[in-house]
Write a protein that binds this ligand. Structure first.
Ligand code: C2E
Ligand code: MG
Ligand code: MG
Ligand code: MG
Length: 292
């Protein structure tokens, strides 16, 4: 039973399977404790007004400072958090923490910055979401329009009528909604038109291949045109080269995000973040002294 069917990548009762299962169980157990032990943290990636600034805000991206495994990115633990339902309490923490950080930046003089938070499907459909958002805005005195909630196209289209209902409740608070990873799901254009979102984020898979594959350039062109028709702002994520930056700007993308312009960084690195200003020139973001 331990025969290795390496050829089709399919095998039963490999000793390694036990190890994998044990690892996953251990990780779930650790994740239970992570929140309590304050091992979760948010990194922030800048969003730039195309083509190269100013910074208009940041996307909050979850990280886990695991005591043994080091800094973990969401691909390692988010699927587990979703499967176990832990994502709901983690996600609620993310909303509060992002608002707390935004308030700090505002008090430091960056009152025009906004913050975007990712919502998982489970969190999006959870009854207490509106209350959580209201609480976070009130506790940290955030103007609602400076908080953006990102839901993936796949989440938004799972039950389109329900999504419209939830997003209507949220946007009535004044917060913004953004459709993330756009182009990877199957949108009904009829529903897309009715979703009270203000922004589409082009999935970085398309941006990535912009130069290499003509069909991706065509898709990106079509997405931007669609967004403009529907009166939605377009954010391109995963911008890594100046060619991509130029192409996307030329198409009329409003906002750019990607390693070329700024990687996700811990909040303590944000005031000193290098802002891409012109060509190769880098300038440190000015942060006003905290008000007394
Ligand atoms: P996303 O919301 O689409 O975020 C963009 C991802 O692309 C981030 O990965 C970011 O670090 C990465 N990225 C940004 N620019 C570039 C680039 O130029 N090149 C490349 N190769 N990658 C780039 P990250 O931080 O690993 O997050 C992955 C996904 O995990 C996110 O995708 C989002 O769906 C999810 N996620 C992150 N934080 C949270 C959270 O607080 N709650 C929930 N529910 N999901 C989260
Ligand atoms: Mg996102
Ligand atoms: Mg995305
Ligand atoms: Mg993504």
């Amino acid at each position: 039973h331990t025969k290795n069917n390496g050829r089709n990548g399919y095998s039963f009762f490999q000793p390694s399977m036990n190890t994998i299962a044990q690892n996953q169980l251990q990780l779930i157990n650790d994740l239970w404790l992570a929140q309590e032990n304050k091992e979760l943290r948010l990194f922030y990636q800048p969003k730039f007004c195309a083509p190269r600034g100013p910074i208009i805000g940041f996307e909050a991206l979850l990280r886990w400072q695991h005591p043994q495994r080091g800094l973990l990115t969401p691909d390692i633990f988010l699927p587990l958090a979703e499967k176990t339902g832990l994502i709901v309490s983690i996600g609620n923490w993310v909303i509060g923490e992002a608002c707390r950080q935004l308030r700090c930046w505002h008090l430091q003089g960056n009152s025009q910055w906004s913050v975007a938070v990712n919502l998982s499907a489970l969190q999006f459909e959870q009854a207490g979401l509106v209350e959580t958002v209201v609480n976070a805005l009130e506790t940290h005195q955030i103007p609602p329009e400076l908080l953006t909630l990102e839901v993936t196209e796949t989440t938004a289209m799972r039950d389109p009528d329900e999504s419209i209902r939830i997003l209507t409740q949220l946007t009535e608070l004044g917060v913004k909604a953004s459709i993330d990873d756009f182009g990877t799901g199957y949108s009904s254009l009829l529903y897309l038109k009715r979703l009270p979102a203000s922004e589409l984020k082009i999935d970085r898979a398309f941006v990535n291949e912009l130069q290499a594959k003509t069909e991706d350039a065509t898709i990106v062109t079509a997405i931007v045109a669609l967004a403009q028709t529907l009166n939605l702002k377009v954010v391109a994520e995963g911008v890594e080269t100046s060619e991509q930056q130029a192409f996307l700007t030329g198409l009329g993308c409003n906002t750019l995000q990607g390693y070329l312009l700024g990687r996700p960084v811990p909040p303590e690195k944000v005031p000193g973040l290098k802002q891409y200003v012109d060509g190769d020139e880098l300038e440190t973001v000015q942060v006003a002294a905290p008000k007394p």
